[in-house]
Design a protein around this ligand. Sequence first.
Ligand SMILES: [Fe+2]
Ligand SMILES: [Fe+2]
Length: 462
Amino acid sequence: MEARAIVKELTESGCLVKPEVAESLSGTDLKQIRRLPATPLVVNETFLERLRDHEEDIVTETSLEVEKHFAGGMEEKDVEDFVAYFNDRITRIREILRNRRELENAMSIARLEEYGEKEDVSVIGMVRDKYKTSSGRWIVYLEDSTGETKILLDEEDGEWLLEDEVIGISGVTGDDIIFANEIVRPDLPITRDVTTTDEEVYAVFLSDIHYGSIDTLDDYMDRLAEWFTTSEEAKRVGYLFVVGDMVEGVGNYPGQREELEVEDIYKQYERFEEFVEEIPDRIEIVVIPGNHDFVRLAEPQPPIPEDVAPRLYDRDNVHMLSNPATVLIHGHAGDPIRVLLYHGYSMDGHIDEIKELREKAYDEPHHAMVDYLRRRHLAPMYGSNLLAPEDRDYMVIDEVPDIFAIGHSHAFDVANYKGVNLISAGTMQAQTDFQKRMGHEPDPGEIAMVNLQTRDTTVKEL
Ligand SMILES: [Fe+2]
Ligand SMILES: [Fe+2]
């Protein structure tokens, strides 16, 4: 913001700006002045000195750019949309796979016809079907836009393989089949520079508040709001990410009514609005929906609409985005930090499909997150989420994130995979009757904070 515009705004709010300081006023000064309990009568040198002194231990400058976001699309879908959607998925993941040395010479499936037996080949395609043979190995049907081929895989590779995922195969040709030597997944590059910020600034992650439920822990939310407004620690927080299920919702499952303290969906959101309004407005807040929120269930989910949470739309520091979404933060003083946000609804079906994940990913969701990064997709198996075939596949992880945050499981977990901070944000809801019956133990009241200068994560217990 230009100094002239700042002076204009201050003057209009009834404040006298002395000419000797007019030129030096910055956007940061303005933000600080706006935060004062009352508009100052005079802005002169003494005033500015005091204001800027006070700024030193507080993060005042933040920046946020939306990199990937789905604003909304056509509700009517037909078969052709699905075909285009899956083609987009194959194209995007093929682009990533092409960088792998093992797939440098990958050919289209139709070209396999030109090859005899016992020749080395590599192909890229989407898994259409798989079945286990009596010997324990797997027959897999792999397709691309030119055709389909059969692949023989060993037992372990086959167990991890999911229908609809896009993979590369290198192997040796047989009679109408490829004997696979290796499955190549897009994954993340082995080494990358870790992006950090010049100053100490924190990003905080929160999810699954389920406002309106009888099990929502309002005490924790009050304590969190108080921490944001009064603690020394929170002065260095620049960003807050809320990754879905802000409210319990209505009509999400049979018998939900008995679990509701607040039955009106708008009133449920009012509680969330009140919480957000308590957070200092120098903090950028990103909100994405989850499966309990008041927006379509099919993914990508557009943002929670304005008429549902109007007070959030009134605030400049609140960014209402889609699920999933990617943002770049703190880029004003160096390389930005890329944050990938996904509520995590597809995890239920995904974890259930793979034995090793069934054993550990319910308690430690980061195992499922690693698996998503390896496959570079947030719902690799069709049917693990409810899917809307938009013009592009928003679930593909095109760009490597620095931070990947998820919610939904209500299990708090932090980890690191190839330099990416993984955060499964916990919940603010106590164990529900349903979770008790299912044997799921939530971890309520834990908050993850990532220091963007060191990329270390600390855990805060409320
Ligand atoms: Fe939830
Ligand atoms: Fe959820």
